[in-house]
Write a protein that binds this ligand. Structure first.
Ligand code: SF4
Ligand code: F3S
Length: 104
């Protein structure tokens, strides 16, 4: 599976949702997640993210992000259409500690 990681938080560009063939992105207030059981591992979303926030779970230390994506994809609504990014997307791209700030 692919997963969304912390740099999506407070950016939420949503370019990713337009390319997913199985519509497995889910939208929270501040970020999106991927449903790990619905993702077919096609990889087409990864290069579409301007914030480089999509990763394959084959990278090191991704188990925690898979669980995070699973948990919130079961709570949040599906998103299939691109929308405007969050207002501070550009300035907050790359900011440290976003997960701690929003999800602890
Ligand atoms: Fe969708 Fe493919 Fe990205 Fe999985 S890897 S979330 S199926 S676009
Ligand atoms: Fe987030 Fe990147 Fe999609 S910032 S909404 S994962 S395009």
């Amino acid at each position: 599976t692919y997963v969304v990681i912390d740099n999506c938080i407070a950016c939420k560009y949503t370019d990713c949702v337009e390319v997913c063939p199985v519509d497995c992105f889910y939208e929270g207030e501040n970020m999106l997640v991927i449903h790990p059981d619905e993702c077919i591992d096609c990889g087409v979303c990864e290069p579409e993210c301007p914030a480089d926030a999509i990763r394959p779970d084959t990278e090191p230390d991704m188990d925690d992000w898979v669980e995070f994506n699973r948990k919130y994809s079961e709570k949040w609504p599906v998103i299939i259409t691109k929308k405007d990014p969050l207002p501070d997307a550009e300035s907050r791209d790359g900011e440290a500690g976003k997960r701690e700030k929003y999800f602890s």
